[in-house]
Design a protein around this ligand. Sequence first.
Ligand code: GDP
Ligand code: MG
Length: 713
Amino acid sequence: MGTSTTPTASQYGLGNQRMLEKIDKLFACGVGAQVALPQIVVVGDQSSGKSSVLEGLIKKPLPRDSGLCTRFATHIIFERSATTDIHVSIKPDQKASKEHIDVCDSWGKSVEALDSDAFVEIMQEVHEVMGLSSGSDESTTRKPTFSNDVLCLKISGPDQEHLSVIDVPGIFRTTTEGLTTQADTELVRNMVTGYMDNPRSVMLAVIPANVDAATQEILEMARAADPTQDRTLGVLTKPDLVDKGAEPKVIDLLDGRSRPMKLGWHVIRNPGQSDLSDKNLDRDAREASFFRSHAPWSAVDPEKTGIDSLRVRLNEVLSSLVKKEFPKVRAEIKGEFDKLSKKLADLGPERGGSAEQMAFLTNLATQFQRLVSAARTANHGADKLFDKEPSLRILPAIYSRMNTFSSEMAAYGETYYFLTEEAKDSKKELVKDEEEGFKIRKEENIADLADMLHPQATKSGPDEKDIKGWLLEVFQMNRGFELGTFNASILATVMNKQSVNWENISLGFVSDIIVMVHRFITTALSFICKDAEICRTLTETLFEDLVGLYQKAIDNTRFLLEVERNDTPMTLNHYFNETLQKSRQEKVLSQLQNNSFDLSNYGKVVQIETAMKTHSMSNEEHTVQDIHDILESYYRVSRKTFVDNVGRQAAIHYLLNADKGPLGLFSPLFVSQLSPDQLEEIAGEAPADKRKRAQLTKDIASLKEAMKILLRA
Ligand code: GDP
Ligand code: MG
């Protein structure tokens, strides 16, 4: 016949039966819901016979709109299954409003048959849900005529072949007053080209045989969507309506002499409008007899006439398309499998009974403890969570807060400034930034812990009140008959008063560390435990014990305060003596210096007489000076001991490092001691999760099955 464009049967032939079986199995394992499998799309002008061709193919009447035409795409999915069911649903346009999507998603029905009266009602509902005009209503606010929503019909039954077909609205050029607008033309055109462009669509381009093919824009559109013409089949309809004399033109098309199409043309005789009322019409027999007995159709190659030969051809084309698309389908299935597997993994293992719940929580506890040990040693490279969530880097934060604590104690610890110049200057240096005082707490409160934490408040530093006057007063009120010495209890009294601020500063510090630790625990748990609800109940269960452990750190601080501030002053630290000697020496020295003069060759000299005269202090003055010096020396030693002890005991030991501290609490041991009730309460599965897990498990199983099928290629 000279036309090389017509392929031989073997090219797309039944050699690919295995491929078809494979698609069939792919559909059967339900993977079509996750990965787009090849489908058939019927395109053409309005009333060209698209729905009729489809009805012939699937041997079922389709929902017919008595009005103008189909106003939305209909996706029909045939599925072989043990039970017979027709499920109708609407897949909303993903670009529509959230409300519209919700309305569509929540709509769905099962029906017994497509041609029943009930179905007419359903179609009316569908129009309403999609928000389409009913065609006849003359409301002032015109509702749209077409919709990008898709009507989905899932037809399942034991005899169904797996197949996915799409009936789209016909394209049109001329608008109808009051019904279709220029915008509708565009909308429909875009919808149709959307389906045509999908490389997994086999297109049936439908053209009525009784019109001039040259006027049929759909052929140009098909060529644009499928330049290699590997997935476009030409279908001529209405051969019975072709005028006498116009027939040779149609035969030219069929024989590939005009407008050759790589996959060739078919001619189909569908029931006409007048045939529809005949309920007993055997469509196929009627068509067969038409092509057998009517010239010139009886002379046409039987492989090109009738719905059955179209069906065979279609299967071949589908299978070759599938073959081409297989690698991509395989990759997609693998990708989807990985994605869903990850989702399932995030849900954690199934937690039906105590044993599973305990295993689940033990796993969380182990992960938590791993994070804790990395945090305790600032081994931040050990887990990428430390990069994601800087508040988990707790060690540097605690260290920095300890430094602040230490300098605050130095700056604001004492009630009266000591006389030593050096002390005063360094204090002014530290205080100058915070003229109005300093904040006791640096960290935000945590609401649940607010009761136990030291209040957020601002305190002022030491005032410059006359320390000597105060010490003299204390001395006078407590003196006995000592000569040149003083009652030992005086030192205890002044030390207590001088260190009043320690309480605020140290409790504020410990409270801040508690906040940091608690925040670490809740943050770490929220990362480790993907399920917010489990995370919440788990934190709740831990809470009481945590509070007890935090309280230990506070109690320890109070104990240290008690020891340093209220016990009899006592130290073995040599630093005390050194400071005391130094401050006495300095005092004498500074007085001598005031009376010195320069003598060349000798440097500064003081006359013995002058030196003697400087010791003119009264006994009382002398003792007060002594109290001051001893208090200052002792205070300094005590403060340093205190800062170290609070830091090392309350913060580092009780809050950070202790095995039985707050960070050690949520451990596998803790989990092993939970009662079955507690386990169920924390880790029992919520019904929603159970459903999610069931769905994921099912989807993953079908993907797995699909991968197996594809491997057997
Ligand atoms: P669609 O709008 O493209 O889906 O076209 P339909 O399938 O709804 O058909 C439009 C009209 O043409 C209906 O009345 C059909 O009965 C009629 N029709 C379709 N195919 C044929 C055919 O081969 N012969 C005759 N006589 N009428 C047909
Ligand atoms: Mg139609």
